[in-house]
Design a protein around this ligand. Structure first.
Ligand SMILES: C[S@@+](CC[C@H](N)C(=O)[O-])C[C@H]1O[C@@H](n2cnc3c(N)ncnc32)[C@H](O)[C@@H]1O
Length: 221
């Protein structure tokens, strides 16, 4: 079901609804809230890439985006810091998908080999069961996207899934901060809110994702 918000002069899609979809790694304990819903990953791949495009996911987690992309005819490469998640992705995804166990801030890939980046950074970090969103959260995204965009073709799209975790009952401004920081490096060209009806929160207390789309040029406003 697609909901379209109409403007005075032109129709413009600003939010969408994706229905419940089973995560591919549902058998992994605790993975649920950290995984992008399949329906959302599918929509992003179809909306922002074409068959044959090569996709890079520098926060690939369990490899959900790359699995969907592969099934839709888009080869890809993922980078994941956590060795357990990396191993899971390597074991469960087709061999043609490269999964690298590394810190995306340091990794070296073939220059401009990828058409598009689609990725979900960590929405802050969890320490002793408490989520923390602070400058280091935004700096990580800025650093990874700033570095990994050198492997994305000129004018290729950089699609970043974010959310605003609820901290002590109040919404954080994670999405806004990420948008501000990344827009200093690459211009922001689109934003969409996806209402996710999986029954699993995108992040604690939040049932929608914010999709920020940047273009890999140096022409920032
Ligand atoms: C929100 S999860 C991504 C989930 C993924 N989209 C999925 O559906 O499986 C973010 C991932 O980024 C990884 N990560 C955090 N810092 C990283 C870094 N510096 N380099 C590479 N991966 C990193 C985390 O280990 C985590 O698995």
């Amino acid at each position: 079901m697609h909901n379209v918000v109409t403007g005075a002069t032109k129709r413009r899609r600003t939010w969408q609804h994706v229905d419940g979809a089973i995560p591919i790694q549902e058998e992994v304990p605790g993975s649920g809230a950290d995984q992008i819903p399949v329906a959302l990953a599918c929509d992003l791949v179809l909306n922002y890439t074409a068959p044959g495009h090569h996709i890079l996911d520098p926060f690939c987690g369990f490899g959900t985006v790359l699995k969907i992309a592969h099934d839709l005819g888009r080869p890809g490469c993922g980078i994941e810091l956590d060795s357990d998640r990396c191993q899971f992705a390597q074991q469960h995804l087709p061999n043609q998908i490269d999964i690298i166990n590394a810190d995306s801030r340091d990794v070296v890939l073939r220059e401009r080999a990828y058409d598009c980046m689609i990725t979900s950074p960590p929405f802050g970090r969890v320490s002793e069961g408490v989520r923390i969103v602070d400058d280091s959260s935004y700096e990580l995204v800025e650093h990874v996207v700033g570095h990994c965009r050198t492997f994305i073709k000129q004018h290729g799209l950089i699609v970043v899934e974010t959310a605003n975790p609820r901290i002590d009952g109040f919404l954080s401004t994670y999405t806004h901060e990420v948008a501000v920081r990344l827009a200093r490096i690459v211009p922001l060209v689109d934003e969409i809110i996806y209402c996710v009806d999986t029954g699993v929160d995108v992040v604690e207390g939040v049932q929608h994702s914010n999709i920020l789309v940047f273009q890999n040029t140096n022409e920032c406003p």
